[in-house]
Design a protein around this ligand. Sequence first.
Ligand code: RFL
Ligand code: PHB
Length: 390
Amino acid sequence: MRTQVGIIGAGPAGLLLSHLLQLRGIESVVLERRSRDHAEKRVRAGVLEQGTVDTLIAAGVGDRLRREGLPHQGIELRYGGAGHRIAFEKLVPGRAITVYGQQEVVKDLIAARLAGGGDLRFEVDDVALHAIDTDRPYVTFGGERLDCDFIAGCDGFHGVSRPSIPEGVLTEYEREYPFAWLGILARVKPSAEELIYARTSRGFALHSMRSSEISRFYLQVAPDEDIAAWPDDRIWAELRARLETVPGFVLATGEILEKGVTPMRSFVAEPMQYGRLFLAGDAAHIVPPTGAKGLNLAVADVRLLTEALAHWYGTGSGELLDGYSKACLKRVWRAQHFSWWMTTLLHTFDSDDAYGHRLQLSYLDYVTSSEAAAATLAENYVGLPYGSLE
Ligand code: RFL
Ligand code: PHB
């Protein structure tokens, strides 16, 4: 089998890349380890930056997003017994976020690829990358061989692409956090119109949503937390304790549809390319979810990769491909900082650290009283402009 670009992984990065390449007349094959059903049901991110929304609409995969996505003009920071709104309409006019589940984006992209005759293979075993430092790289899987011009490693943090790069080539930067997030999806009307990021002495909580009927919540928990220790009643009691901290706010509760624990990590591998292999999305970098950046970074990467590949196919010049990693990393590091900063601001690191506690409160007071500080948060949250290839 032969294709132009072999794509490993059918998450948002791999699927969008395949779709954007097709719009440029470039062929690809997507190889995914899990089933289609699994990929479409995996509940993860929910916040799309303005640029992500614009990218999906421009690529012709934004119809349902436009109908069903929930545009939000602000978020609330809740701490010290009060809520403080970060007002995007005032601070970053014309830019907002849209709440639309990652699995909905994945469903829309899979449907578009299949309608366009795309070659997506699910449940493929034993994917391995070969000859990536030559101009004839290939991928083997389940007894088959796929020859390609390029390989895109879009297989997430635990994939095979990044480990295929020889030892010593990559520099890895990492930070672990002394907590995880317990996330739930519940059949209950959201108790607020906008997202609430709550800092309390019991730990962080987040109130998010998916629709007028479905809410999404997260609780800061211990890094090795056993989900079995969290029956539904305990989850609701803890969410109430962390969110019902302002006068008059009552948390509506309902049936919990799904729950899981996600570890928190910051990670970057540099460079994001080696020979004919290009990494995109979580395969190259991870952020803690507090800044809602992971999916949006994956979109930014594959936009640039599409440009660089289209330039190569159009002109034969590898100049833009050579600049791929550098161009991505600029935005990646800004999002790394923002995600680390939001995480540091809102979580309990050490309940005995009274000094750290006061620093958090001081910064929260600053961000909610200074328009300049609030604008910094807002412009990062709705998404900074895309970089370009040189
Ligand atoms: P993905 O989505 O992990 O997709 C990788 C795909 O590769 C497949 N794969 C393989 N396929 C073939 N062979 C192998 N050996 C393979 N190994 C893996 C996997 O099965 C999978 O289908 O990576 P991608 O495409 O880079 O997308 C990244 C995003 O998924 C991720 O950054 C976000 O979900 C992060 N994230 C959030 N991002 C946001 O922008 N906004 C948010 O609000 C947000 N909230 C979150 C999040 C992530 C969370 N979790 C669970 C990690 C909330 C949570 C709780
Ligand atoms: C979500 O709705 O899943 C979500 C929202 C905001 C975040 C992270 C996750 O920062």
